[in-house]
Design a protein around this ligand. Structure first.
Ligand code: NAP
Ligand code: MG
Length: 496
């Protein structure tokens, strides 16, 4: 590590703290241990099969723009084959199997994921762009934990729902986004299997690789053929699952627009539906908050995973009396964030998931400036190749600004100040979304007051972006309905 001289003078100028210009030597995670094929087929009925269309698309590394593999593009016929396999597996094996035997398979999948955790983490970072520290320490362990947790429920459903004789629904169609590819697959598959359903899952077009690695793990676990089927493709593949007549349940995580379309498409059918959609969370800092921790919480809330988090704390509300202090500390902290190679263990902010998403974020930066919000970006260098953006603050934003109302899904924070608790509740709730929120204060009574008044599925107090398989997650209003995780996460897959 060294401090560069020219940076020293700049540092003094900016009155930044001494550590801001430390440079770390690169520390890239090894990639020689991962196994990837050049081409991936569809996982149907326990086997990898070629797509009916004969078509493939390329999946890239967003940090280098290089192609990693070719991926099968499933059409309606493939989806139909997958649903038939799932139906047959449901009727012939899975629903008849004693629950404690089902649990063993789910447990085995969790163990195999743990054994291959390092490989899964590297592939997740290569295909999705997220820093290896996050995929290694958060995504992969949490994904395995979801399988462990739901393995535990499989033979205890009678205790979870006493006197209600819970029964599986049948075939679940599951569609997931690109921001937590493996974790979202775990959130969907684990509770479905624990409750005795079979699955057809579609990963997002930009991040299919860890779902396909999970297919390999599922094959290795000896799970009966057809219980889990994984079909890759674009929106049309997802639509074919939604429209298939023999699917009993749709579980969707993604954008509010596609969610609305799915709700229309399933209206008038007897398909059960859960939607986990967008968000625009308020992170609220009161004057009595532990300011240094709060600044870390703000950084974690919006810059974690490049802001590709539906529950990201993308709106910051600071009580006026501490606004200057919080903003200065936030600016200082911004300068220390390292943007770059997702596989480097020092990286804080990796690559934006796709060119299209980068474009969307850059469009919002223009919109914010046009609305005359004051933009502040860190001075960090960003790689020339790949999809990167500097962490960005918008100061002095108004409730009416588009950057304060719309989901950007990038490392962009819209900041407002407030005076009273009534004002901040009003502002925080005055938005179409209601997925999550954060509250930073020393007073327990204030936390409880806010948790009951904020219209958000999750409210974190003096922390942010913490997840646990035992805890339900889901939204209000246009953030969707239904809960995933915890005991609540079993219900969308059961009838009583
Ligand atoms: P998206 O465009 O809605 O895509 C989500 C998934 O739906 C992808 O697999 C996508 O396939 C598929 N899809 C697209 N059009 C479809 C259609 N007509 N019918 C069925 N499936 C279709 O969202 P995204 O851009 O991937 O993800 C970002 C959004 O997801 C954000 O708005 C974010 O807030 C939300 N999100 C919410 C949560 C939550 O828990 N609430 C979690 C993560 C993300 P392709 O990828 O092939 O287009
Ligand atoms: Mg999409």
């Amino acid at each position: 590590m060294k401090i560069e001289e020219n940076n020293m003078s700049k540092q003094k100028e900016n009155k930044l703290t001494f550590f801001t210009d430390w440079k770390y030597a690169p520390s890239p995670e090894a990639t020689d241990h991962i196994r990837l094929q050049n081409q991936y087929e569809l996982f149907i009925n326990g086997k990898f099969v070629k797509p009916n269309s004969g078509k493939y698309f390329e999946t890239i590394n967003p940090a280098t723009e290089k192609t990693i593999a070719r991926i099968a593009d499933a059409n309606e016929k493939d989806v139909d084959t997958a649903v038939k396999a799932a139906r047959q597996a449901y009727n012939k094996t899975w629903r008849k199997m004693p629950a404690k035997e089902r649990a063993k398979y789910i447990f085995r999948i969790a163990r195999l994921m743990q054994e291959r955790a390092r490989e899964l983490a590297v592939i997740e970072s290569m295909n999705g762009g997220k820093p290896i520290r996050e995929s290694r320490d958060i995504d992969v362990p949490l994904a395995a934990n979801h399988f462990f947790y739901y393995a535990g429920w499989a033979d205890k459903l009678e205790y979870a729902f006493p006197n209600r004789s819970p029964k599986p629904l049948g075939v679940a169609g599951q569609i997931i986004p690109w921001n937590f590819p493996l974790l979202m697959a775990a959130w969907k598959i684990a509770p479905a299997l624990a409750t005795g359903n079979t699955v057809v899952l579609k990963p997002a077009e930009t991040t299919p690789l860890t779902a396909l690695k999970l297919a390999e793990i599922i094959q290795e676990s000896g799970l009966p053929d057809g219980v889990v089927n994984i079909v890759t493709g674009f929106g049309a593949t997802g639509a074919a699952i939604v429209n298939h007549k023999d699917v009993d349940k749709i579980a969707f995580t993604g954008s509010t627009n596609v969610g609305k379309w799915i709700q229309k498409a399933t209206a008038g059918t007897d398909k059960k539906l859960t939607l986990e959609l967008g968000g625009k969370a308020a992170n609220i800092i009161f004057e009595d908050a532990p300011i240094n921790q709060a600044v870390e919480g703000i950084v974690n809330g919006i810059f974690f995973n490049q802001g590709h988090v539906c529950c990201a704390g993308s709106r910051l509300f600071i009580q006026e009396s501490v606004a200057d202090e919080v903003i200065q500390k936030l600016k200082d902290r911004l300068e220390t964030l390292i943007v770059g190679d997702p596989l480097d263990k020092n990286t804080d902010i990796g690559a934006i998931n796709s060119k299209a998403q980068l474009q969307k974020i850059n469009d919002y930066l223009k919109i914010g400036k046009a609305d005359e919000a004051e933009m502040y970006q860190s001075n960090c260098e960003i790689p020339k190749k790949g999809f990167f953006v500097r962490p960005t603050l918008f100061l002095n934003t108004a409730q009416s600004h588009r950057i304060s109302q719309e989901e950007i899904f990038g490392p962009v924070l819209a900041i407002q100040t407030f005076r009273t608790i009534e004002e901040v509740i009003e502002k925080a709730n005055n938005i179409p979304y209601g997925l999550s929120a954060g509250v930073w204060t020393d007073k327990g009574s204030r936390i409880f007051n806010l948790t009951s008044k904020l219209r958000a599925g999750v409210v974190w107090a003096n922390t942010y972006n913490k997840f646990d398989p035992t805890s339900p997650f889901g939204g209000y209003k246009e953030s969707g309905f239904g809960r995933e995780g915890g005991l609540h996460g079993l219900m969308p897959y059961l009838k009583f």
